[in-house]
Design a protein around this ligand. Structure first.
Ligand code: MG
Length: 385
């Protein structure tokens, strides 16, 4: 089998209402999908970046495509190493690795379809057929009644059956954010897991001050308290607080994760499969995390292709550690289930991936198990210069 074509689809959907986090406001949702065609008529789909961006398409078409065309798609590891070596001198992190990630995920999808097996079977077999999901929501909104709206949104996730909810902090003053965390905790009661995500809005000193207050609200994890480059800051925050520290969505490849893992800078590791190097690299990062006893909860913020990639990985990740009564969130990793508006996520797949009572099934169809609705590609396509 030979690869005959690689196409990228840059999609964008305008939102009715913007939503925000500590860094920015989202007015649109976007995705960069990768389509790989072969001479045997089998097509693989991948997703690059979270969210995808136009420059990733240029990296794929101008730099990576010539390395891939004419090659055997089953030589996935060989192609990964070639792509990484080609871009190493100006890449290593960021968009070049996100481009490689999208191609790698498409190659796994392609291999599964070629062999008539789901990706998790190719990754090593199924530890679990379904995973617990947590709701990622509770972003900032442009409203004078933010606290009340956050409380209502959180109650909606409870009603939908989510056992855990993640909310944003770092976009207001610490006092205002803490008041919102208090209100949400009071509304959802003590048993529901509540995580907070600062998207690295703080320096270590502020993160520790905020974290000491968060301890009062039984926060299950404190995500990205400081900038990803500040490993020492992560260690100081982790040392000072009685809340697990999570991070990793801004890190790339086994080389980038090596320090984060080996210095035990986080309690929960969150590589994004569409950014960190694809499923091939995620497996290697997971092996490193396993050796240091660090749980791996994939970061997910994309379309059903990204969600399916995460689900196949979650199906094979080991318990940390294994035990007779392994529980979601304690020894068993959970799926990040983004609940913010994303028209492309809702419309792209013939069969949407949805939770039932907080659980999401791992797809069983060949490849990633996502059938793409091609009309959605033209509906949201952005023409790049
Ligand atoms: Mg995050």
């Amino acid at each position: 089998m030979k690869i005959t074509e690689i196409k990228t689809h840059y999609l964008q959907a305008k939102l009715d209402q913007p939503f925000g986090w500590s860094l920015d406001w989202a007015e649109h949702r976007s995705a960069l999908l990768v389509q790989i065609d072969t001479d045997e008529g089998i097509t693989g789909w991948g997703e690059a970046g979270a969210p995808g961006s136009g420059p990733i398409a240029a990296i794929i078409s101008q730099i990576l495509k010539p390395l891939i065309i004419g090659q055997d798609p089953l030589d996935r590891e060989v192609l990964w190493e070639k792509m990484y070596a080609k871009t190493r001198d100006y890449g290593q992190k960021g968009l070049p690795v996100e481009a490689i990630s999208g191609i790698d995920i498409a190659l796994w999808d392609l291999m599964g379809k070629a062999l008539n097996l789901p990706v998790h079977k190719l990754l090593g077999g199924q530890m679990r057929g379904r995973v617990m999901a947590y709701a990622t929501g509770l972003y900032y909104k442009k409203t004078p009644h933010l606290t009340q709206e956050l409380v209502q949104e959180a109650l909606g996730y409870l009603k939908a059956g989510f056992p855990a909810i993640k909310m944003k902090i770092g976009g207001l003053s610490p006092a205002e954010d803490l008041e919102n965390v208090r209100a949400v905790r009071e509304a959802i009661g003590p048993r529901v897991l509540l995580m907070v995500d600062a998207n690295h809005a703080y320096n270590a000193v502020t993160a520790i001050q905020v974290g000491r207050e968060l301890e009062k609200y039984q926060v299950f994890w404190f995500e990205e308290p400081v900038i990803p480059e500040d490993l020492q800051g992560y260690l100081e925050v982790k040392e000072a607080l009685n809340i697990p520290i999570a991070g990793g969505e801004c890190e790339y490849t086994r080389f980038g994760f090596r320090e984060l893992i080996s210095r035990r800078a986080v309690d929960i590791l969150q590589p994004d499969t569409c950014k960190a190097g694809g499923l091939s690299e995620a497996k290697k990062i997971a092996a490193l995390a396993s050796a240091w006893g660090i749980p791996y909860f994939p970061h997910v913020w994309g379309t059903p292709i990204a969600i399916a990639a995460a689900l196949h990985l979650l199906a094979v990740l080991p318990e940390t550690p294994s035990c007779r009564n392994a529980l979601p969130f304690v020894q068993v990793p959970a799926l990040e289930f983004d609940r913010t508006p994303h028209p492309i996520r809702e419309e792209l797949a013939v069969e949407p991936i949805l939770p039932e009572g907080g659980w999401v099934k791992v797809p069983t169809a060949p490849g990633l198990g996502v059938e793409v609705r091609e009309e959605i590609l033209s509906k949201y396509r952005v023409v790049l210069d």
